[in-house]
Write a protein that binds this ligand. Structure first.
Ligand code: SF4
Length: 372
């Protein structure tokens, strides 16, 4: 069990991340050369979601969620807040505290790095003396193992507080899906894992580093552009993409899902490139590679032919019966909806009118990406 320490003066809330703090453990344990990027819009978004999470946890009133991520964060925070409020049982006084973004110090028995601290998003003890350690993540990524971070937090919490758990329940809460993943371990097992992980971190800090290792953290790494390990794997993966349709049956479900994500991204990329090139060409720019025989040009296209029902009927009635003509008509539903709304018909009524007038085709199966 981690040794208890007397509480020390807390650094200010703006204290920077410790270079070997728990939030860096998952990446360092995958690749000891990992270096986080200074700032990014993703990091700013993550900070804003964490602030919202903390405000709901301490019972503050918050504004209406602006999007699905915020709605999920509020829901998750409310869940943990009520778990803590309802479940304090016969805990000792000090163990009843709800820790929200509280700085804790890790038990660091030896090695070159001392005074490692971290800031778990949320932690509390329940009536069964189980310590709950909660960490909010913006998005789920199956390539990243966050358990080492949560194990380090558990050590820090026990070192820095009166908490004396028999078991630890780790919660990973995801803002993108609103899902949570929990893992529960006996306390002894947690402290054993902590010692192993801590030893590896001390080795990294002492300079005992293996070669860079391509991993789920490369895209966030400041060295990504220049790192040979990350590039080598990217080159191997891209070499297998061309024959992916032929090799489809060999792929695992996870690989198939990754290829679908890639296909969506490539599709969007292709649309954007075509739109940019068309805009350039319409503006008079030349889009061609004469050496390789690639030429693009802007050609006039005949405009779409539109009719009113009356004028059309007037010219075709000599050839078609009224029923034959009616079966050829197709109403532009969006225009009809707009016209009804412009006449003051409420959206719900418009929907009901159209449902009553039309016949719905049988449901079909569609392949779409879902959040969780
Ligand atoms: S980019 Fe290179 S140094 Fe960074 S995490 Fe990936 S392999 Fe390691």
């Amino acid at each position: 069990m981690p040794r208890k320490k007397s509480m020390r003066a807390l650094p200010t809330p703006e204290v920077p991340h410790h270079p070997y703090g728990p939030s860096r453990w998952p990446a360092l344990l995958e690749c000891s050369h990992y270096e986080g990027r200074a700032t990014s819009s993703d990091a700013e978004r993550g900070t804003a979601l964490h602030q919202l999470f903390a405000r709901v946890l301490v019972g503050e009133e918050v504004e209406e969620p602006g999007d699905l991520f915020e709605a999920n964060v509020v829901k998750l925070a409310e869940k943990y807040r009520s778990m803590h409020l309802e479940d304090k049982g016969d805990l000792a006084k000090g163990e009843r505290t709800l820790l929200v973004e509280t700085l804790v110090w890790l038990d660091v028995p030896m090695g070159p790095v001392s005074d490692i601290y971290g800031r778990p998003d949320c932690a509390f003890m329940d009536r069964n003396h189980i310590l709950h350690v909660i960490d909010l993540k913006t998005a789920e990524n199956p390539e990243r193992d966050y358990l080492p971070q949560l194990i380090a937090y558990a050590s820090g919490i026990v070192t820095s507080t009166d908490f004396d758990p028999v078991a630890v329940c780790f919660h990973l809460a995801y803002a993108d899906s609103g899902r949570e993943v929990t893992v529960q371990m006996q306390a002894d097992e947690v402290w054993c894992r902590y010692e192993e992980l801590y030893e590896r971190i001390q080795d990294i800090a002492s300079g005992k580093q293996a070669a860079p290792q391509q991993c789920g953290w490369c895209s966030l790494c400041a060295k990504y552009e220049s790192c040979p390990a990350a590039r080598a794997v990217a080159e191997t993966v891209s070499a297998t993409l061309a024959d992916a349709p032929e090799r489809w049956p060999e792929f695992t479900p996870a690989r198939k899902a990754q290829l679908c994500v890639l296909a969506e991204a490539v599709g969007k990329w292709a649309e954007a490139i075509k739109a940019l090139a068309a805009e350039d060409a319409k503006g008079g720019a030349v889009i061609e590679d004469a050496e390789n025989g690639i030429f693009y040009e802007v050609r006039p296209r005949t405009g779409k032919l539109c009719f009113t029902v009356e004028t059309l009927w007037a010219v075709v009635r000599q050839h078609l019966s009224p029923d034959e003509f009616k079966s050829c008509l197709d109403v532009a539903q969006a225009r009809l909806t707009d016209a009804l709304k412009a006449r003051g018909v409420k959206p719900k009524e418009v929907k009901a009118l159209l449902e009553a007038a039309g016949t719905r085709a049988k449901p079909t199966l569609v392949f779409v990406r879902r959040s969780a």
